[in-house]
Design a binder for this molecule. Structure first.
Ligand SMILES: [Zn+2]
Length: 386
């Protein structure tokens, strides 16, 4: 007789074998899950990316409407390029009570637990629905969750609670910061370095802009809320890469830098970004254009991932506390899809198996005991909703 754990391992083995990098198609993996659900009599719905290349999966177990608990996880994983693995990253390998493979902990282990629990919930006779909301492209900016939340917003199937099963070692996480990935490209005008009057240095203007960004960063630090659970308790900034210019004695015609902000939920990051843009448009660009009309500064905000604000009265937290040994909550520094769901009024928390410190690294693994803990939680969740 196969146990729940055996079923979970079997499903996880399949899921890990689909090498779904963010931005690449996840459809073969999604189709596998659609077939699995269909086999259990459940019709999944797909919410596609604009280019139809990737899809979110949404499915309901139990009654079709009202007050559902959505279990959410992402289908994509990070690259293995340049990493030294002791095993094939896309073949689940069991060693010493651990399961190795890319995505085992982040976060196909959770998806496998959910899928394996479907027949259990069906046998329990749910009165409130359990819903599955599996997303794409979480690792690169939550694009899938953004789309799924737009789809759910005015949908009668919109869940009231969401548990995002990112690896928290089965601890309740009630909040995390947001994240904005930004690239700025500056076009100047090349000239011999002996004639600064003939050119416009993109590198010099990048320095001016970065100085302004760092001033904003310092202001945010001064405004820190010292009672906040977040660490650091303010919106942080980082200029991660910078490249530009062609040689020491040429005035740089081009400069590009990648930067980010990590706002605390409640910070008005759009206002901060607007102030920076305003400075470029009204101070830097007019100066540059005086010498070179085609000079330009283009800032491209690639993703604006919302943070998860702590809701002390969250009914999802109360529900998890009532059916597990976990009491109280914490915050984490990594981002998840949860902020998107919270932004459309779904009471969302992060709670899932495995340790985040094993994610994104070579020899990523999940402890089998973590899967067992998750399965037993999902079983109690089903009982609670029956
Ligand atoms: Zn993840």
């Amino acid at each position: 007789m196969k146990t729940q754990l055996d079923n979970t391992k079997e499903i996880l083995k399949e899921l890990v074998s689909f090498a779904v990098m963010s931005g690449e198609t996840n459809l073969p993996m999604v189709n596998y899950m659609v077939d699995y659900l269909e086999h259990h009599g459940i019709q999944a719905e797909l919410v596609f990316s604009e280019d139809q290349n990737r899809a979110n999966l949404f499915a309901t177990i139990g009654p079709k409407n009202g007050d559902g608990v959505m279990l959410s996880g992402h289908t994509d994983v990070v690259h293995v390029t340049g990493q030294q693995w002791s095993t094939d990253p896309f073949e689940l390998t069991e060693v010493n009570n651990r399961l190795y493979g890319r995505g085992s902990v982040d976060m196909k282990g959770f998806l496998a637990c959910c899928l394996a629990s479907v027949p259990v919930w069906q046998a329990q006779g749910l009165k409130r629905p359990i819903q599955l909301g599996f997303t794409y492209d979480e690792e690169t900016g939550g694009y899938g969750a953004n789309r799924l939340s737009q789809w759910l917003k005015d949908n009668p199937q919109k869940p009231s609670c969401a548990i995002i099963g990112e690896p928290t070692s089965m601890k309740i996480i009630a909040g995390h910061k947001g994240g904005n990935e930004i690239t700025t490209r500056i076009t100047g005008f090349e000239a011999h370095s002996s004639r600064p009057d003939m050119g416009v240095s993109a590198v010099h203007y990048a320095v001016k802009m970065i100085n302004f960004i760092l001033e904003k960063a310092e202001q945010q630090k001064q405004k820190a809320d010292l009672d906040s659970m977040f660490d650091p308790p303010y919106c942080s900034f980082n200029i991660g890469t910078i490249k530009g210019g062609s040689s020491r004695n040429t005035i740089a015609g081009f400069c590009e830098f990648d930067w980010e902000t990590r706002p605390v939920p409640g910070d008005d990051e759009t206002e901060i970004l607007n102030e920076i843009e305003q400075y470029c448009q009204s101070v830097l660009l007019p100066e540059m254009k005086k010498h070179c009309p085609q000079a330009n500064i283009v800032t491209d905000v690639k993703s604006l991932v919302p943070g998860l604000a702590i809701d002390k009265d969250s009914s999802t937290i109360q529900m998890i506390e009532s059916i597990s040994e976990e009491q109280g909550y914490d915050v984490v520094s990594f981002g998840t899809d949860a902020g998107y769901f919270q932004s459309i009024g779904i009471d969302s928390v992060v709670f899932g198996p495995g340790n985040i410190s094993q994610a994104h690294k070579p020899d990523e693994f999940i402890e089998i005991s973590e899967l067992e803990n998750c399965l037993s939680f999902l079983d109690r969740l089903g009982q609670h909703l029956s």
